[in-house]
Design a protein around this ligand. Structure first.
Ligand SMILES: [Zn+2]
Ligand SMILES: [Zn+2]
Ligand SMILES: [Zn+2]
Length: 760
């Protein structure tokens, strides 16, 4: 009987996710001999036996892959049989210890959930139950290699029963580093805001009762603290807004089960798959008007950020509460989330009425991730818990480089070999505590990737935190890449596309190569070079934070450009009744004298202006509120677009917006419903993008169109552009692994630096 052998290498998220026991199990089932071993970032296995058994093995290998495993590279090679007897799990090869061996945190698996519910099980209702298929990973790591001793499970020596499970290759807990049980693992306890211990024989019960009575509970979660309250209790939600100083930004909601999500949001089968995935992200979905959620949860936006319990603790709490709970990050607005017990007690004392704590430290701070669904797949908005530090595969290997990110929604990204490692979402670097968090996370990634940096790449902006940080990045060579080009490169990196393409970066604001503020940009891509090929016509942007917080300012500037000062002033009186005429005049004076005014082509600001003119959002309480309100208002029934023109000068295509502004203003002055205006504006911008992109594609011969930038978080705009591109026989390339917003630009910067260094 002929015996053949295969060597299989799998890369990606393949360690700490039950991969080796899985291989062992299916090899034994197929009657094959051989071995499996971990090397940094890779699992290598050797199987030998009859050809039929080998092909059965290959079939099982793909159909029964552990749920949390993410294979990005897979190679099968025929090798000479070596006469192996039996099947062995070989010790890991420890050399070249790398961050790549740490998987992201994984939501509780079905088997552990079943144990949680079994009264006879020794882990019945134990809030720290986990196995090789699920549990904390990245958030409990102190140093490498990834062993229990170097995680925050070190202070909890395994009991004999846990040790037996841990050492048995056939057990679901074989080498599950955080394995624990009530006899040996972490414990819950409850404290009052003054730190006093609260007697609580069943801490989950106590916390659930507090939530149901309308109070706010701080919970030590997986990546840090969360603040929770009853999502169906308007007073409780308002109280939380008040204390957290979060006026209107929507809160995420944890639902006890899929059934309750369906009652509050319109979700499809694909949405359900996203909610149930091992990453367990927050999914933004359209809300149902009949939902039981308190209005203060979403503050008028027609979406809900829903997620399912992803740890046993969350599961028990959701079950006991029996209703949706607001779960928002445990911080005062704009600060990083608290992770330590004492830290939380001091920082969140004024916010929470009760603290549900435990004694397992959170070592890597990680917010919840947020995604949308586009088509049948994930479209990331914030990449953190559940995704980090899983690598984004690159099309080939490169020298070590780093991309330092932007200023808002900051991340950084290291390239190592043919993989790139993005940090978790860090926050807005204007805040000093976020800068500290950035530096800490940077040191951790750099050390554990053992990065020998050939280059770093930063944004072109002269005053970003990362611009000065670049000097301390540890790289010899520093590149600066224009913000929107970085957005484009991030799509190139994650899709591996090389060839001719047109690219659209519709965004908030980014420093331009000509010193203006860019943000409504068209590019051509060829031979991995990205060249600006068009943009929205510049308009004067009243400077400073005020423009972001007060969209009426941008609107007034556009009205003045379109109609002249006098008419604009008259319109402002009708369109922005809440704005004092004195403020209107002051701004018009400033625009005239060009005081604190910069030219911009920002598409994001154009959305702000449309939202203000339509009456939906003259003032915003958080970044992104104006466009979110505009999208939320879009009428499903009305149609019609505003006129716009494209023109080409000096080889650059420009999109003129004066007719768009005139159309908006005329509708708004005639009191056309805001939903109709919102619809028309979205359709107009979609048309403008499609016309410009197809014109550029015609000239350059491109068959692909790249879409990136924060404006493409807008699902209404994105889906109409996607279908329009397909109609024009242009293949769209969009983000699937990193956000289209500034959370994704570090990948683009890193890829750009990698290409430059590799190219000499
Ligand atoms: Zn499990
Ligand atoms: Zn134990
Ligand atoms: Zn941007």
């Amino acid at each position: 009987m002929g015996r053949s052998a295969l060597e299989i290498t799998a890369r990606g998220v393949v360690q700490g996710v039950g991969f080796r026991p899985f291989v062992h199990r299916i090899a034994v089932r197929c009657g094959l001999a051989g071995w499996v071993a971990n090397t940094p970032g890779t699992v290598v296995l050797h199987v030998e036996g009859p050809a039929a058994a080998l092909s059965r093995f290959r079939a099982l290998f793909s159909s029964e892959l552990p749920p949390a495993a993410r294979v990005t590279r897979f190679r099968v090679r025929k090798v000479r049989p070596t006469g192996e007897k039996g099947f062995a799990i070989r010790p890991s090869l420890r050399e070249g210890i790398a961050l790549s061996t740490i998987p992201p945190d994984i939501a509780t698996c079905q088997e552990c959930l079943a144990e949680l519910a079994e009264p006879e099980n020794r882990r019945h209702r134990y809030p720290f139950t986990n196995c090789t298929n699920c549990g904390p990973r990245f958030t409990i790591v102190a140093s490498l290699p990834y062993d229990r001793d170097r995680t925050s499970m070190a202070p909890f020596p395994m009991c004999r029963t846990c040790r037996k499970e841990y050492e048995d290759p056939l057990d679901r807990r074989f080498h599950a580093e955080p394995v624990a049980c009530p006899a040996c693992g972490p414990r819950l306890f409850v404290r009052a805001p003054d730190g006093a211990r609260v007697a609580a024989p069943d801490p989950v019960e106590t916390a659930a009762a507090a939530l149901l009575s309308g109070t706010i509970v701080a919970i030590r979660g997986l990546g840090g603290f969360q603040l929770a309250c009853d999502a169906t209790n308007e007073d409780a939600v308002r109280l939380l807004r008040d204390r957290k100083r979060r006026e209107e930004k929507p809160f995420a909601v944890m639902f006890p089960d899929l059934e309750s999500v369906r009652a509050a949001a319109r979700i499809t089968k694909a949405d359900e798959a996203i909610l149930l995935a091992p990453e367990a992200p927050i999914l933004l979905a359209p809300s149902r008007p009949s939902s039981a959620l308190a209005p203060a949860v979403s503050m008028g936006l027609r979406t809900v950020g829903a997620f399912l319990p992803y740890t046993p603790l969350h599961r028990l709490l959701a079950e006991r509460a029996g209703r949706p709970l607001v779960m928002t990050s445990g911080n005062v607005t704009d600060e990083p989330i608290a992770i330590g017990n004492e830290e939380a007690l001091s920082r969140l004392r004024e916010i929470a009425d009760l603290f549900l704590l435990h004694d397992r430290e959170v070592l890597q701070r990680s917010d919840d991730s947020v995604v949308r669904r586009v088509g049948s797949r994930i479209y990331p908005l914030r990449r953190a818990r559940g995704f980090v530090p899983a690598p984004v595969a690159l099309p080939r290997a490169f020298p070590d480089v780093v991309g330092l990110g932007g200023e808002l929604k900051a991340t950084f990204c290291f390239v190592k070999g043919d993989a790139s490692y993005l940090s978790q979402h860090l926050g807005d670097l204007e805040q000093p505590p976020v800068r500290e968090f950035y530096e800490e996370a940077y040191r951790f990634f750099r050390e554990f990737l053992d990065a020998r940096l050939s280059a770093a790449c930063r944004d072109l902006h002269p005053a970003y935190f990362t611009t000065t940080f670049a000097e301390r990045s540890g790289a010899d060579r520093i590149f600066a890449l224009q913000h929107h080009k970085a957005h484009v490169y991030s799509v190139l990196a994650e899709t591996g596309f090389s060839g001719k393409a047109v690219a659209v970066a519709f965004d908030g604001t980014g420093y331009g190569e000509d010193g203006a503020i860019w943000g409504g940009e068209f590019f051509t891509v060829e031979g991995m070079e990205v060249t600006r090929a068009g943009h929205l016509v510049y308009f004067p942007l009243p400077g400073g934070d005020a423009a972001v917080r007060e969209p009426w300012r941008t609107a007034l500037s556009l009205l003045r450009e379109t109609f002249g000062r006098e008419e604009a002033e008259g319109m402002a009186g009708r369109l922005f009744p809440g704005i004092p005429p004195g403020s209107v005049r002051l701004l018009l004076d400033g625009l005239e004298k060009q005081i604190n005014v910069v030219p911009t082509s920002s598409a994001g600001r154009l959305f702000d202006a449309a939202s203000a003119i339509s009456g939906l959002c003259p003032r915003a309480s958080f970044e992104g509120q104006a466009p979110m309100r505009l999208e939320g208002a879009v009428s499903r029934t009305s149609r019609g677009t505003y006129p716009f023109t494209l023109s080409g000068e000096n080889g650059e295509l420009t999109v003129h917006w004066k007719e768009i502004v005139a159309g908006l203003a005329s509708d708004a002055m005639r009191r056309v419903p805001a939903g109709t205006i919102a619809r028309r504006f979205h359709d107009t911008l979609g048309e403008a993008i499609l016309s410009a992109a197809s014109r550029l594609a015609e000239t350059s011969g491109a068959r692909h169109a790249i879409l990136s930038g924060g404006v493409f978080q807008n699902a209404t705009l994105l889906s109409s552009v996607l279908s329009g591109l397909r109609k024009r026989r242009l293949t769209p390339l969009i983000h699937r692994l990193v956000p289209a917003n500034d959370g994704g630009i570090s990948l683009g910067q890193a890829y750009y630096a990698a290409l430059r260094v590799a190219g000499g």
